[in-house]
Design a protein around this ligand. Structure first.
Ligand code: NAG
Ligand code: NAG
Ligand code: NAG
Ligand code: NAG
Ligand code: NAG
Ligand code: NAG
Ligand code: NAG
Ligand code: NAG
Ligand code: NAG
Ligand code: NAG
Length: 365
């Protein structure tokens, strides 16, 4: 009898400790050192309800629907009524700009405040915890976070970066840590290294990783021939995605099995600017972008896309290595053990508290 009575408060204490440490995580800003640099970026987005691609595209103000499909590697003919089941991870592309040491979406997405909206609910619910309300407040110079006006339009500063990592171009991906994952498993899933993840996120101890935490994940991108004076420079296309560039006249896709070489070809789409038709995208009369002109054992000469201007698309003949696809384990992360000790050192802490409580209880008896 007395056993049950004494047990009760101990459980209560344990629960209280668990709840206390689930408190909100601090604001996260992604480091972006090159002042005023701009680039494409991607954020993760999940909705607890069934939704559609159209609703997500509208929420994030996605201008070009094909960008959205490409980021998710969905077929080009996917309808925007496509149903997205609850908690599916969707990748949302957006333009990034670096300012004062951090990267933020370049004044998008815009959000029109509805009656009854609170800034915190907009951050947490509408935008799935990708920003904190304080960041929305700062970005929009809102004086009182508790006094926002329905009908006003604000912008949501999504975290991003245009920085290279270890000299390599990457696309920075905003990822929310799920419970049960570790630095090790995240590095493997996204083809990066534990060391990169720890360094760019300023994490000293991998065991401090918590569910709900926002991480800057550098996705490997394909190497391209695009020159620095091209409008789309740097053309960042992460592994396993495609992207329409040159006003949608050229389709480029990236797959690690092609030695991380970007594969571009004419898109057969209509241009999205003032071009009436897509300008010629060829190396010679009969050689189009993406065509191979010669193959000599491992050396393959390809007509490659090298960029565009307001009036034309340029190409270059390049020799690529068609064999010897290095076993790309995404940077072969060999710095073992350290973070095998899984996520949520948290869970272990709580278990320890629980065990100690129980031991104490036994001691009392
Ligand atoms: C960044 O852009 C701002 C505004 O356009 C400009 O005033 C500033 O000089 C730029 N900084 C650098 C380092 O280019
Ligand atoms: C999901 O649905 C619930 C119940 O209808 C609603 O309260 C909530 O705001 C929805 N969440 C999002 C992100 O739309
Ligand atoms: C730039 O960032 C620093 C902190 O890193 C901050 O103190 C300063 O106010 C920021 N400047 C502007 C113009 O936002
Ligand atoms: C809210 O802000 C408006 C101006 O934007 C102001 O007129 C009003 O007095 C404020 N209300 C409160 C309760 O501070
Ligand atoms: C291509 O890019 C990857 C990383 O994105 C890099 O590891 C690789 O060395 C590059 N290959 C060439 C041939 O430049
Ligand atoms: C399209 O507009 C750009 C300026 O934005 C201009 O330089 C170019 O000549 C125009 N091209 C055509 C075909 O009208
Ligand atoms: C050249 O590229 C075009 C467009 O991608 C393709 O339709 C055609 O078959 C290619 N030709 C050769 C000889 O590979
Ligand atoms: C392939 O090209 C490289 C230089 O790019 C050259 O050194 C090599 O000899 C070539 N191999 C063959 C079989 O042509
Ligand atoms: C493309 O246009 C630029 C100027 O906008 C010009 O310098 C270049 O020579 C053109 N390239 C081709 C292949 O026509
Ligand atoms: C690249 O993406 C493919 C799936 O699209 C995946 O199987 C492969 O492991 C990835 N490679 C790296 C190095 O991330």
């Amino acid at each position: 009898m007395s056993k049950g009575n004494k047990m009760f408060p101990i459980w209560l204490i344990t629960i209280a400790v668990v709840v206390a440490s689930t408190q909100a995580q601090p604001e996260v800003n992604f480091q972006c050192k090159t002042e005023n640099a701009t680039c494409r970026s991607i954020t993760e987005y999940t909705n607890p309800n069934t939704t559609t691609l159209k609703e997500i595209a509208t929420l994030f103000g996605i201008k070009h629907y094909l960008d959205f499909l490409g980021a998710n590697n969905l077929p080009t003919n996917t309808q925007n009524s496509y149903k997205v089941s609850p908690n599916t991870v969707i990748k949302v592309p957006f333009p990034c700009k670096c300012n004062n040491g951090t990267g933020k979406s370049n004044h998008v997405p815009k959000y029109k405040i509805k009656p009854g909206d609170g800034l915190d609910a907009i951050a947490r619910t509408r935008f799935a915890g990708l920003v904190k309300y304080q960041q929305i407040q700062t970005a929009n110079k809102i004086v009182d976070a508790n006094n926002i006006t329905a009908g006003d339009t604000i912008w949501i500063p999504l975290p991003c970066s245009c920085d290279k990592v270890d000299g390599n171009s990457v696309m920075h991906y905003a990822h929310i840590v799920e419970s049960g994952s570790s630095i090790d498993s995240i590095a493997q899933e996204y083809g990066t290294t534990q060391l990169s993840l720890l360094t760019i996120n300023g994490i000293k101890d991998p065991k401090t990783l918590e569910a709900g935490q926002l991480l800057d994940v550098p996705l490997p991108v394909c190497n391209s021939s695009v020159k620095s004076d091209s409008i789309d420079f740097p053309l960042l296309v992460p592994n396993g995605t495609y992207f329409y560039t040159a006003n949608q006249c050229v389709k480029c896709k990236c797959d690690s099995i092609n030695n991380f070489m970007l594969q571009c070809e004419p898109s057969n789409q209509k241009p999205i600017n003032n071009w009436s038709v897509c300008p010629s995208a060829r190396c010679s009369a009969s050689v189009l972008i993406g065509n191979t002109t010669s193959t000599d054992s491992c050396n393959r000469t390809v007509c490659d896309y090298s960029g565009y201007t307001s009036s034309n698309i340029s190409t270059v003949l390049v020799t690529q290595n068609a064999c010897a696809v290095t076993p790309s384990s995404g940077g072969g992360d060999s710095d073992s053990g350290a973070s095998r000790s899984i996520l949520n050192g948290w869970v272990w802490n709580k278990l320890l508290v629980l065990i100690h409580s129980l031991l104490f209880f036994v001691y009392l008896l």
